[in-house]
Design a protein around this ligand. Structure first.
Ligand code: AHN
Ligand code: ZN
Length: 340
């Protein structure tokens, strides 16, 4: 009730005094950004209040994961991070479900995996699912220094960035509910895929083990979502996101929706409306096995590169740019809050 009142007040203020006052208010704001921005468009659609994503906050959540060390399955650091994430989602008012599974890796190692799901409006039938992997790769096997090829990575961008953005979104979901229900699905054991020195078969099923498990055994029987969005490596410097190939194959309308929201939010240069390459990632299995049309927001350029420090020991906090977190976070929030 309180929320509706404040929403009404905000709307009233906006209509009465126009954008000028809102801009002035913005200047008094600590972040020097407008508070929840009211976006009445020329389309005649009702204005929707989209909260302002705070990149400093997201950055802090990325750092808190990275500070625990590499989050490689079957290590104490991994256990600690799982506990941190579940506690964080609970503190933001989500209904938290933990899925534990022993998942065999390509090399026979049994991974003690944990998928962590934070649900908002669990009773709502219309839902949106958001995904990111929270584990980090056991080996920096793309490092230019071969002596690092068995060193675990911190995965600030490859892992922690997507989770950090989703935690910041969770913080807003508690304050300002969306029309649809939202599930934040933090999947484990994405990045235990084949080491580059492995001479056996390189199979796509070696990647995204936690997502494969969730897609075949969703946290709620018969779980459905209207669509899904996967965030992977969404914190790098000068990141460019293009339409990823499997996303186009399974969920092109969702790609369109998200890239359009980016453009409307002023991030059209980060979300480039061009086709990118195919990436074997968690969303592939979610599309295939769960049948939820799911896209991947992942930097993948024309040269087939993710980001400079991908699977190297340099994927640390220095690789993280708040501007990229902002572009992705604000864009996804616009999609969430505009969906009816
Ligand atoms: C492959 O390299 C086959 N897929 C990349 C998926 C991935 C790795 N995402 C993050 N790390
Ligand atoms: Zn990776």
């Amino acid at each position: 009730m309180k929320y509706f009142l404040s929403l009404m007040k905000q709307k009233y203020l906006f209509i009465l005094l126009g954008g000028t006052l809102l801009t002035m208010m913005a200047c008094g704001n600590r972040a020097r950004k407008p508070a929840d921005s009211n976006d009445a468009t020329a389309t005649g659609r009702a204005a929707v209040t989209v909260p302002v994503f705070n990149a400093d906050s997201a950055y802090r959540y990325v750092k808190e994961q990275v500070d625990l060390g590499p989050r490689v399955p079957n290590t104490p650091q991994h256990v600690a991070c799982g506990n941190y994430l579940a506690a964080k989602l609970a503190s933001f008012g989500a209904v938290v479900t933990n899925q534990y599974a022993d998942l065999p890796a390509y090399n026979g190692t049994l991974l003690k995996a944990r998928n962590i799901i934070g649900s908002y409006k669990p009773e709502a039938r219309k839902r949106i699912a958001l995904f990111a992997h929270w584990d980090s790769r056991p080996w920096a096997d793309a490092d230019p220094d071969v002596t690092k090829h068995y060193t675990p990575i911190l995965g600030a961008n490859d892992g922690a960035s997507g989770v950090g953005v989703l935690l910041e979104i969770a913080r807003h979901l508690q304050r300002v509910p969306t029309e649809l229900g939202v599930d934040i699905v933090l999947v484990d054991a994405e990045d235990y895929g084949t080491h580059r020195a492995y001479t056996g078969a390189h199979r796509e099923e070696a990647w995204g083990l936690g997502a494969q498990y969730w897609a075949r055994n969703p946290h709620i029987q018969g779980y459905r979502a209207r669509f899904g969005i996967l965030l992977d490596m969404v914190g790098g410097k000068q990141a460019e996101f293009r339409y990823e190939g499997y996303s186009q194959e399974f969920a092109s309308s969702i790609n369109k929706k998200v890239w359009q929201a980016a453009e409307q939010s002023g991030f059209g240069s980060t979300f480039v409306q061009k086709n990118g390459g195919l990436v074997t990632d968690d969303h592939l299995f979610i599309n295939r096995y769960a049948g939820i049309p799911t896209i991947d927001i992942i930097p993948y350029n024309a040269n087939g590169e993710f980001f400079e420090y991908w699977h190297t020991v340099k994927d640390d906090m220095d690789a993280i740019d708040r501007a990229t977190l902002q572009a992705v976070g604000q864009t996804v929030m616009r999609v969430l809050y505009e969906e009816r």
